[in-house]
Ligand binder design. Structure first.
Ligand code: ADP
Length: 321
């Protein structure tokens, strides 16, 4: 009996992540996703896949079925220089905000160090199912299906993952059955490690949003994250300043103990767009902890996310490809 991993290893150099294979006895059944390819490329690719499968010992016949997802899907990476700056909070609210602006959105939580999206999106404890080894995202109350590293492995184990394992898991999340989703929001781990590199090299996000606190901006980390994407030719959609100023829980007024405008100036200096500021607001934390993302409610704490979702939505329509 042929080992499916052997077949996968033979197919991956010719078809990347486009081929999904099953083995029954000596027969390989392969589903080949030709989305985005020119029709003239279909036959040559199918022939190469067929030939590669036949090189695997024990495979005698090969059946190839072509599929194409009609919708073109792009992904938006949400990144930060370091942890705890609100990257996951922004990702969840951006995903819901884009959905409210008419996009069909899926959310990928690739933050191996702190996969918090199941809690933020109110589906804590949920487990995705798999069909033909392809993961099925979990539905959330906000109309944004979700897959999280935290659903694949207990959170306290994920942190011990070695780079290649995390990179492999990322592939499973991105190449899941996202149905008709046209936009994936990717909540990346903080920093510039293996998951980011795999994401950039293999999955090519259309653009990246960088989240930073006012203090973080002065540090080298946020700039390093920006640099990583720019060097790889991935456009920076813009910078979001989170925990900017303090929203008084009594009167709602935002005060600015550290002064204002630093992030905008930094964005200008770096030559990237400034997408907006989100105040430090207790209601944002309590809502997030309770699985009630601010943009999904009617409270004033959701307001700061709206212009950001508007800006990203506009970027997708004009620049996204
Ligand atoms: P990261 O993904 O960058 O590690 P999180 O989104 O998990 O950061 O945010 C870290 C903590 O800060 C969470 O408890 C979150 O609820 C809280 N938080 C994030 N943004 C804000 C904000 N603007 N106001 C108040 N609390 C916030």
């Amino acid at each position: 009996m042929t080992d499916p991993a052997q077949l996968e290893a033979a197919l991956s150099p010719v078809a990347g992540t486009r081929a999904t294979a099953r083995i029954e006895g000596s027969r390989a059944s392969i589903i080949l996703d030709v989305s985005g390819l020119d029709a003239s490329e279909h036959d040559p690719l199918e022939a190469r896949v067929r030939a590669a499968a036949l090189t695997v010992p024990g495979i005698e016949t090969v059946r190839v079925a072509l599929t194409s997802q009609r919708t073109r899907r792009l992904s938006i990476a949400v990144a930060s220089g370091k942890g705890g700056v609100g990257k996951s909070t922004v990702s969840a609210n951006l995903a819901i905000g884009l959905k409210a602006r008419g996009r069909r959105v899926g959310l990928v939580d690739a933050d191996i160090y702190g996969p918090s999206q199941p809690r933020l999106m109110r589906v804590e404890g949920s487990k995705p199912t798999a069909r033909d080894k392809v993961l099925q995202p979990v539905s959330t109350p906000y109309g944004v299906p979700l897959l999280s590293m935290g659903q694949l492995v207990a959170a306290d184990q994920a942190i011990a993952w070695r780079g290649p394992m995390a990179a492999g898991a990322l592939g499973q999340l991105v190449d899941a059955n996202w149905g008709d989703a046209d936009t994936l929001v990717l909540d990346l781990p903080p920093g510039t490690g293996d998951v980011q590199l795999t994401m950039i090299q293999k999955h090519r996000p259309a653009g990246a949003v960088i989240v930073s606190t006012p203090q973080d901006l002065a540090l080298i980390d946020a700039r390093r994250a920006i640099d990583l994407f720019q060097k790889a030719g991935i456009p920076i959609i813009g910078l979001i300043e989170n925990m900017a100023g303090y929203a008084c829980p009594h009167c709602g007024e935002v005060s600015d103990p550290f002064g204002q405008g630093g992030a905008e100036a930094a964005a200008r200096e770096l030559g990237i767009a400034f997408l907006g500021r989100i105040p430090l607001d207790i209601a944002i934390r309590t809502g997030s902890d309770a699985g009630l993302p601010p943009v999904a409610g009617n409270g004033p704490e959701g307001a700061a996310f709206a212009p950001i979702a508007d800006a990203v939505s506009r970027w997708i329509e004009t620049e996204g490809r």
